[in-house]
Design a protein around this ligand. Structure first.
Ligand SMILES: *Cc1c(COP(=O)(O)O)cnc(C)c1O
Length: 371
């Protein structure tokens, strides 16, 4: 007989998932109801409304995709990119590379704007690319590159896209609820995020939001969306119009309870207070890490509070340290990805993980391992 699975108790300070508060876990343990039950429909309406608060938008089309952040990304690209559309894609880390892959698979024509890993997206290069490709339909960029810990200037990038008549598609998986995200002020047309980073819910849901310009673009498509599951025209019948909901897929009912609770907690704290907490905790962690002689990968001006990437000191076996942190201290931190594998650590301060006791634990554990 296989025994029930009892997970170890970890402190999650990697690139996600983050620590999930007991309140969110308790919410998920409530009784399952039908996904077309009027009570569930009401829950969905409240989730949509609280997500608008988190994204700082009035976009009617704001809801959680029933799948992880990568599915929210794919939803943006398969709906907004038609075969032959030119899309400017900014790549300064792993996730920009994934956007590029999405554009290609949607049979768009990508124009890549490369920046060094660890640097933010350079707006001048983006302007040049849009000038060189006046017919470009969209600009795609990652606001908070979790692979490096660099934050780009989303407001400026979105404004440049608008000046050139291109839609803006933004990855805010790691930024949402951790650092200011203001879809309407910035004029972002499509954004996707994830439940398991600064929202501190369990993984598996992807909040998305689309402007009316984006919706018009989707409605004006001349080719059908290649993905049945992610076709917004079909999903809309399920997520919109509170009165008449039609079956599209079975929503993950209990994870939605969790997301609802996480958003209630965000409302209670206040969005701006949550941003300020991430910033304050980042400053404390930084002081501690630099006090131990560890160095940040990213220039200070582009530091992402919720993702701190630091160089592995010379002569240290980085994988052995991470294994010791996990086994002796029950602490998870992240390794480097792609070009940075083996050379950096990524310490997350996302959502519920961005608190003083986690910082103390992390600094003490690292100190013990590096001594
Ligand atoms: C985590 C992450 C994703 C992917 O989210 P999943 O939930 O793992 O699919 C996409 N973009 C960024 C910037 C991320 O940090």
């Amino acid at each position: 007989m296989t025994a029930p699975f009892i997970p170890p108790r970890r402190t999650l300070m990697g690139p996600g998932p983050s620590d999930v508060p007991q309140r969110v876990l308790d919410a998920m343990a409530r009784p399952t109801i039908g996904h077309l039950d009027p009570a569930f429909v009401e829950l969905m309406e409240q989730i949509k409304s609280m997500l608008r608060m988190a994204f700082q938008t009035r976009n009617a089309l704001t809801f959680p995709v029933s799948a992880p952040g990568s599915a929210g990304m794919e939803m943006c690209f398969v709906n907004l990119v038609e075969p032959g559309d030119t899309v400017i894609v900014c790549r300064n880390g792993v996730f920009g590379g994934r956007m590029l892959e999405n554009v290609k698979r949607a049979r768009g024509v990508p124009v890549v704007v490369d920046d060094a890993w660890g640097a933010p997206v350079d707006p001048d290069k983006v302007r040049d690319a849009l000038r060189a490709h006046p017919g470009a339909k969209a600009l795609a960029f990652v606001h908070a590159e979790t692979s490096t810990g660099a934050q780009s200037d989303a407001a400026t990038l979105a404004r440049i896209a608008q000046e050139h008549g291109a839609l803006s598609i933004m990855d805010c998986v790691t930024s949402l609820a951790g650092t200011p995200v203001r879809l309407d002020d910035w004029g972002i047309d499509a954004a996707y995020s994830g439940s398991q980073k600064c929202l501190s819910c369990t993984p598996g849901l992807s909040p998305v939001s689309f402007s009316s310009r984006a919706v018009e673009r989707i409605q004006a498509r001349t080719t059908p969306v290649q993905s049945w599951f992610l076709d917004l025209n079909l999903v809309l019948g399920y997520w919109q119009s509170a009165g008449k909901r039609t079956y599209h897929h079975t929503a993950p009912v209990n994870p939605m309870y969790g997301l609802h609770e996480a958003l209630v907690m965000l409302e209670e704290e206040g969005l701006e207070n949550a941003w300020a907490r991430h910033r304050a905790m980042h400053e404390k962690l930084k002081t501690g890490l630099e006090g131990m002689g560890l160095q940040y990968v990213v220039d200070e001006a582009a530091h992402l509070p919720q993702l701190n990437s630091i160089h592995v000191p010379e002569g240290v076996d980085e994988a052995a340290v991470r294994a010791r942190l996990l086994n002796e201290f029950n602490l998870e931190i992240g390794a480097g990805l792609g070009d940075m594998a083996g050379r950096i650590w990524r310490i997350g301060l996302m959502g519920h993980s961005a608190r003083q006791e986690n910082i103390n634990h992390c600094l003490q554990a690292l100190e013990a391992c590096l001594r």
